[in-house]
Design a protein around this ligand. Structure first.
Ligand SMILES: CC(C)(COP(=O)(O)OP(=O)(O)OC[C@H]1O[C@@H](n2cnc3c(N)ncnc32)[C@H](O)[C@@H]1OP(=O)(O)O)[C@@H](O)C(=O)NCCC(=O)NCCS
Length: 439
């Protein structure tokens, strides 16, 4: 097997938890129109078709800003903005309608390609679009009349959900219709946020013209919790106006219940796939809660736990556990998740008669080691032992002696183990045994 084959298999396996996690989830994706027709457009469309075939529910909102700018420039017309928002007069509105119609057709055409030797072969992507967005005029703000620039009034979530249930991609232009029959120009990034919050989507992905959110030194911020993001905005620490705006949409969305908002550059080939299917994304991820979740394991976590522990069992660091054994003992396990993927686990086995408990199968995925997570899981296990009036915790380890010593464990002999455990002790494995008194 060549190195490339091995790399491919490794990559495919590492992506598999994400395939499971994303299935059936709703993602609202904002597509910056500068990418439409660019060199990267075909690749991006293939990636969207791939997500659709993995049964991810996709809503695609596209912007018209770049098309409008170039059309207005062609006619030597000038765009008028106030606070970064376009003031749409009736002539500009006509240009916007034209641009939106053309872009919509281009996206639909690209998603309809069924050529062989591409991910689009037999993909049969069905796109649905319509008058899903009701809008109202933005009105007069700071004495400035925004004319045909509007804001969202309501969204036909029921209809959109029906299309998504049928595995159709819902395509939404940045236009909204009013009960008076007027058409309003909507800011696509804000519309994306509103569609996502009204739908109760799982993620927003801004495929934008920026790489992500960068700090004052120009360094890309890879991850932010919503409270941090808010602080950055309040303290004016995001110099770029477009990034500032995206971040404030992200903060709003997270506060309204969207778990994750991603900002990535639409011109990065494969960026969407890398962001969604690898541990290290390519842009900025803003998260509504702290990234790691710690909870009691359930049977649904068994596959994830096995993925984490099997490599360590194979290398002899951990004792082998069958799926059946894991199923029987699952309530002893605590799992740590990031983005719904298990990145750590640990188990506590009580020996109530002897008032002691064993910590076992404490593992942190290699990418997340040395950042206090192991200790976090251990504390939960210790807490559980205390709640059960346990006097001491012991552990059998071949590789983590010093780690447990630093947590206050001391070495003991096999004879000091509870009888039941002593009978099972594997002398060939020769694990060291450590104990920590809790009182
Ligand atoms: C042991 C383990 C759970 C620690 O998790 P972790 O999240 O990396 O650890 P923490 O971040 O809480 O602690 C990091 C500190 O412990 C040290 N450390 C990590 N693993 C260690 C080990 N095996 N032996 C000694 N010290 C270790 C680190 O160097 C770091 O020290 P520093 O802060 O002085 O740099 C993890 O290394 C692991 O999964 N090991 C393989 C499975 C295993 O042996 N489990 C124990 C038996 S059940």
């Amino acid at each position: 097997m060549s190195n490339n084959d091995i790399k491919f298999i490794h990559w495919f396996r590492s992506a598999s938890p994400y395939i499971r996690v994303h299935k059936g989830k709703t993602f609202v994706i904002h597509m910056d129109d500068s990418v439409i027709g660019s060199d990267n457009f075909t690749g991006l469309v293939h990636d969207l078709a791939l997500l659709n075939s993995l049964e991810i529910r996709l809503v695609l909102v596209f912007s018209t800003r770049h098309s409008i700018e170039s059309r207005l420039n062609d006619h030597a017309d000038v765009s008028h903005y106030h606070n970064g928002i376009r003031i749409t007069d009736s002539e500009t509105m006509e240009v916007i309608k034209d641009a939106a119609g053309k872009l919509r057709v281009e996206i639909e055409a690209a998603l309809s390609v069924g050529l062989g030797n591409t991910p689009m072969l037999n993909a049969k992507v069905i796109i649905s679009s319509g008058n899903y967005v009701r809008a109202k005029p933005m009105g007069v703000v700071d004495g400035v009349d925004y004319l045909y620039t509007g804001t969202v009034r309501s969204i036909e979530t029921e209809t959109i959900n029906k299309q998504l249930d049928a595995n159709e991609i819902v395509l939404i232009p940045p236009l909204g219709y009013s009960i008076t029959g007027d058409v309003f120009n909507l800011q696509a990034t804000a519309l994306t946020r509103d569609v996502a919050t009204k739908l109760g989507a799982d993620k927003i992905i801004y495929l934008s013209s920026v790489d992500g959110i960068s700090d004052q030194s120009g360094k890309l911020i890879k991850e932010m919790i919503v409270t941090e993001a808010e602080k950055y905005l309040l303290e004016n620490k995001i110099p770029d106006a477009a990034e500032q705006q995206l971040l404030s949409h992200a903060v709003y969305a997270c506060k309204k219940g969207i778990d994750r908002v991603h900002v990535i550059n639409s011109s990065l080939d494969g960026g969407l796939i890398q962001e969604l299917f690898s541990r290290d994304g390519v842009g900025t991820m803003i998260s509504s809660t702290s990234f790691d979740e710690l909870r009691q394991a359930t049977v649904d976590d068994i596959s994830g736990i096995l993925e984490l522990i099997v490599p360590l069992e194979k290398s002899g660091v951990l004792v082998e556990r069958s799926r059946e054994k894991l199923e029987l003992e699952i309530e002893n396990f605590t799992v740590m998740l990031r983005d719904d993927v298990i990145i750590g686990c640990g188990a506590l086995y009580l020996y109530e008669k002897e008032m002691t408990a064993e910590v076992a199968c404490l593992v942190i995925h290699g990418d997340y080691k040395n950042s206090g997570r192991g200790e976090q899981i251990y504390s939960v296990l210790e807490q559980r032992a205390r709640e059960n009036s346990i006097d001491s915790i012991f552990v059998l380890t071949t590789q983590a002696e010093h780690w447990f010593r630093e947590l206050g464990f001391d070495e003991i002999s096999v004879d000091e183990l509870p009888v039941e455990k002593k009978e099972l002790y594997n002398f060939k494995r020769n694990s060291k045994i450590f104990i920590k008194k809790l009182n």
